[in-house]
Design a protein around this ligand. Structure first.
Ligand code: NAD
Ligand code: ZN
Length: 342
């Protein structure tokens, strides 16, 4: 089968013939239909320090996908060929304290699809049945292919109660923009999204942000004034990994404000801890999605009117993957979809 492989320890990816995966008794084989390009895939493409430390070569990459089940292992009773499914990108151990307690998103031994084990940028992928999410017929196929990053947005956005609250989102990348749509859907009042990229700020507006703020020429404090806010944001969603953005956020939270942090900083960030202490802020790190409460909430919100489809701005055939990565790296995109059908 064809797959996008990190073949050599240098920048780039290679579309190669590789053996079709085989399945064990507890696994499901899926024919991949569409995939989404994630920021993680871009790190692997560029071959930065993180990727060099993390990715064994050769490796089939990618983890955002939708496809059709074509074969199931002899122990699999709950899934059948023909079903449209996505895969949870974190494969958990099932044996650690948190897994045993049903808190699988907190597994101590998480492995990443397309990172530590063969990924979804391929014609077929094999996954354990415990990683399969069955899609309801009502779910649009392109949207189904990005449930993984949509799940990051939903997990973060619903970490704290947002009904009737003012929410600050730093970073209008695909995940920040989807989070804006989610908190608006969940009943937030003002949703301010910041970035330094006008293309993405436009997308944030399209997806329901009350105010999309370019922090190069305006401050969040001014935005608060403009909106008639006096005491700061109730909830903050850090979705940039940028030190300046995080400090901006800390300075604009209300007393007792709650911050969920998804953005991955490149290195340590120094902050004024007095703000956290005296304003009694709560900081919560977010990794992945809750299995499978986040997936359930994604489905139900889409069925109850949430529309995230404007986040998908580009579509290419898998053979044109280089164009897809180029547009991702340009910053002039939302989500980029690759089609794996012949
Ligand atoms: P992205 O890199 O596309 O978006 C980040 C955005 O932040 C960019 O648009 C960038 O222009 C913006 N930004 C830069 N400086 C800024 C500043 N000073 N103020 C405001 N915005 C600024 O990333 P994404 O795919 O949307 O993901 C969001 C973040 O979440 C990334 O850091 C990513 O690595 C991380 N992530 C974490 C998890 C997890 O499980 N914790 C999963 C997926 C992604
Ligand atoms: Zn575990």
């Amino acid at each position: 089968m064809k797959a996008l492989v990190k073949k050599e320890s240098k920048p780039g990816l290679w579309l190669e013939e590789v053996p079709k995966p085989t399945i064990g008794i507890n696994d499901v084989l899926i024919k991949v239909d569409r995939t989404g390009i994630c920021g993680t895939d871009v790190h692997i493409y560029k071959w930065d320090d993180w990727a060099q430390k993390t990715i064994p070569v050769p490796m089939v990459v990618g983890h955002e996908f939708v496809g059709e089940i074509v074969e199931v292992g002899s122990n699999v009773a709950d899934y059948v060929p023909g079903e449209i499914v996505s895969g949870e990108g974190h494969v958990v151990c099932g044996r650690c304290r948190n897994c045993f307690a049903g808190r699988r998103h907190l597994c101590a031994h998480t492995r990443g699809v397309g990172v530590n084990r063969p990924g979804a940028f391929a014609e077929y992928i094999s996954l354990p049945m415990t990683n399969i999410w069955h899609h309801d017929d009502s779910i649009d196929r392109d949207v189904a292919s990005i449930f993984d990053p949509f799940g990051n947005a939903v997990h973060t956005a619903l970490s704290f109660d947002v009904l009737g609250e003012d929410v600050l989102i730093t970073g209008a990348g695909p995940i920040g923009v989807m989070a804006a749509a989610v908190v608006k859907h969940a009943g937030a009042r003002h949703v301010v999204v910041t970035d330094v990229n006008p293309y993405r700020l436009e997308l944030a507006k399209k997806m329901g942000a009350t105010l999309a703020l370019d922090v190069r020429d305006n401050t969040i404090a001014n935005a608060q004034k403009e909106l008639g806010m006096t005491e700061g944001f109730d909830v903050g969603l850090e979705m940039s990994g940028n030190p300046v953005a995080f400090r901006d956020m800390l300075n604009n939270m209300c007393h007792g404000g709650k911050i969920a942090m998804l953005g991955i900083p490149e290195k340590e960030i120094a902050i004024d801890w007095n703000i956290v202490v005296f304003n009694m802020l709560t900081l919560k790190g977010i990794y992945g999605r809750e299995m499978y409460e986040t997936w359930y909430k994604m489905t139900v919100m889409l069925q109850s009117g949430l529309d995230i489809s404007p986040i998908i701005t580009h579509r290419f055939h898998a053979s044109e993957f280089e164009k897809g990565f180029e547009v991702m790296m340009s910053g002039q995109s939302g989500k980029v979809i690759l089609d794996w059908n012949e």
